[in-house]
Design a protein. Structure first.
Length: 276
């Protein structure tokens, strides 16, 4: 067993030394055609870091030649496969500027947008790249109306929208749980307006009504009537928007309580005025 391990280790070391020597020979060579051939071989074998280093060295050599387009294309993909999406996006962008009429232009245009999607961060972080990915994918669809990639682009837009919705929903829930009911009400209303087709639209409407109600209850007496009226308005908007919703009954209870509170406040005000 020990002999086998020793032989295996020796074989691995010999392979690594051989590979290293081969790479060194390539980098030292002044035969640029040979270097390009080897770069393509490394690329085809998935050794993107080595391929990229060689492509970068060959950029000024083949610039302006018929081989430059393929070199540029593969160089961009090297960064993509290494998950260096910002660099890949920049190179895809450069490719389109240099080769706007390339047969690969549509693919590269899509990949540029896709790189922004791949840079979309965790939900807790700022979603600049998520928003950028949505915009870029929509631009791709508009620019290439007959593309087979449009379905994928639309799917990515939907995923990005769902992510942004989830982030905004979390913020609204946080406001509500912290007792910041006015901020929560505004956040839920924004969710309804920003994502009118959301499957959770009815829940957002109910939470908006509840938030406005709790905000009114905690308000000073002079502000309560107008704020309870806002609850009633939001409930009516809920009825108009989702007339068949199973959540209407619960929302109605807040509307009814608001009406009763308004009556009680106005009655108290009348009694106070009469005593004067």
């Amino acid at each position: 067993m020990k002999v086998f391990k020793l032989l295996f280790t020796s074989a691995v070391l010999l392979f690594l030394i051989s590979s290293c020597n081969n790479y060194n020979n390539v980098t030292k060579s002044n035969d640029y055609e040979y270097k390009l051939k080897m770069a393509d071989e490394y690329y085809s074998k998935g050794k993107y870091k080595i391929a990229q280093e060689l492509y970068e060295e060959l950029f000024p050599v083949f610039k302006g030649t018929i081989k430059f387009e393929e070199l540029y294309y593969k160089d961009a993909y090297c960064f993509y496969h290494m998950k260096q999406y910002a660099d890949a996006e920049n190179l895809f962008k450069g490719f389109l500027e240099v080769f706007p009429n390339s047969t690969k232009a549509e693919e590269v245009d899509y990949m540029r947008a896709y790189c922004f999607y791949k840079q979309s961060p965790k939900l807790e972080l700022e979603q600049v790249n998520t928003i950028r990915a949505m915009g870029m994918m929509q631009t791709f669809i508009n620019t290439h109306p007959g593309s087979e990639r449009n379905k994928d682009a639309s799917d990515i837009i939907d995923k990005c929208r769902a992510k942004l919705e989830q982030k905004e929903h979390r913020a609204a829930e946080l406001y509500y749980n912290m007792g910041q009911f006015r901020a929560a009400a505004i956040a839920y209303t924004t969710l309804i307006n920003n994502y009118p087709e959301s499957m959770q639209g009815e829940e957002y409407m109910l939470k908006a009504v509840k938030s406005y109600y709790r905000f009114a209850k905690l308000s000073i007496i002079d502000k309560q009537v107008e704020r309870f009226e806002k609850v009633i308005d939001e409930y009516q908007y809920f009825v108009d928007r989702y007339p068949e919703s199973k959540l209407l009954k619960e929302a109605e209870s807040f509307s009814n309580q608001s009406k009763n509170n308004i009556k009680a406040i106005k009655y108290e005000q009348t009694q106070t005025s009469a005593k004067r």
